[in-house]
Write a protein that binds this ligand. Structure first.
Ligand SMILES: Nc1ncnc2c1ncn2[C@@H]1O[C@H](COP(=O)(O)OP(=O)(O)O)[C@@H](O)[C@H]1O
Ligand SMILES: Cc1ncc(COP(=O)(O)O)c(N)n1
Length: 305
């Protein structure tokens, strides 16, 4: 018998049957410590029943104590990974995390407009919990002008919203003004996360759709295990959108997921430990509440769930 190890002349026809689970893809950096970045995203997708694909933008040598090194991937290789995933897997939603440089942002924005992604979650990762920079300074402008106009939703924390807008954010009125400014750049929804808000009673995230502000509040959890909270939150939102949830329900899912992930820490590492990605499915989110509080006077408050 003649066995040939040569490559097939034609690739096998990809299956065009309806997928059994929704798929999502993350374009982000690798965190060797496993708590943030691509690792957090894929674990979150898996926990929420969504198949996860990825395009790596950078390799970081990192643990709960800090970032020891960053090795960016050439932009052409980022493009090649995105093309490979887009052309075959066809994720229903995409997420970006650590993008590191203006060149990588240009490559990602080029693919986002080429494929006309309608569900693109941009988590504008800038600085790791330990203080290391994950985005070059000159790349903030590229993020703002090239990628945000293509995004369905952007999920800055307070320092990221300050860097994007150039304004100081202290009071709730500042948060709303920052969300308005960011929305004006063309992104459809802004989720301004409140983990850095200084309120030790409540963690409050603000969703803005260009018209109405919706507040998602949960009890503050006193813990040092917060490494990867932003990645995990945005990945859960991406999984929700990939599964067909509308934006407000996607944010609600993400808020519940991160609350559960913070509630029962895994006690790994000596620094900012990872959140518990199993929490949502294994421990539930008892005691967590959420409410919408439309900002416009007279619209009142209502329970979303
Ligand atoms: N100690 C905490 N208790 C409860 N929720 C938190 C806590 N820290 C962060 N969160 C929530 O985790 C998510 C990520 O928040 P944030 O810390 O602002 O972002 P990042 O991780 O990007 O810095 C948000 O939903 C925020 O409200
Ligand atoms: C590769 C990578 N991506 C993102 C983050 C941000 O996560 P956090 O702000 O929780 O440190 C990180 N530390 N590393």
């Amino acid at each position: 018998m003649n066995i040939s190890l040569n490559k097939q002349q034609h690739p096998p026809e990809p299956s065009r049957q309806a997928p059994l689970v929704p798929a999502a893809a993350t374009i982000a950096g690798s965190d060797s410590g496993g708590g943030a970045g691509i690792q957090a995203d894929l674990k979150t997708f898996q926990e929420l029943g969504v198949f996860g694909a990825s395009a790596l933008t950078a390799v970081t040598a990192q643990n709960t104590l800090g970032v020891h090194g960053v090795h960016p991937i050439p932009p052409s290789m980022v493009t090649a990974q995105i093309d490979a995933v887009a052309e075959d897997i066809g994720p229903a939603a995409w997420k970006t995390g650590m993008l590191f440089s203006a060149e990588i942002i240009e490559a990602v924005a080029d693919r986002a407009s080429f494929y006309k992604w309608s569900r693109l979650v941009v988590d504008p990762v800038m600085i790791a919990k330990g203080g290391a920079s994950l985005l070059q300074e000159n790349a903030v402008q590229a993020l703002r002008s090239l990628l945000l106009p293509l995004a369905q939703v952007v999920t800055p924390n307070i320092p990221e919203a300050e860097a994007l807008t150039g304004m100081r954010i202290e009071a709730m009125a500042d948060r709303k003004e920052a969300a308005r400014r960011i929305h004006a750049w063309g992104v459809k929804y802004v989720v301004l996360k409140g983990g850095h808000g200084g309120n030790r009673a409540q963690s409050l995230d603000l969703l803005y759709d260009g018209r109405v502000f919706t507040e998602f509040a949960a009890p503050w959890i006193e813990t040092r295990h917060t490494h990867g909270t932003g990645c995990t939150f945005a990945a859960a939102l991406t999984a929700g959108l990939a599964s067909g949830l509308p934006m407000d329900e996607g944010v609600l899912l993400a808020k519940r997921f991160i609350q559960a992930a913070l509630t029962n820490p895994l006690n790994l590492g000596a620094g900012h430990g990872p959140t518990n990605h199993w929490g949502y499915n294994r421990q539930g989110t008892a005691g967590v509440f959420f409410q919408t509080a439309p900002a416009a006077a007279g619209e009142g408050e209502g329970w979303l769930r």
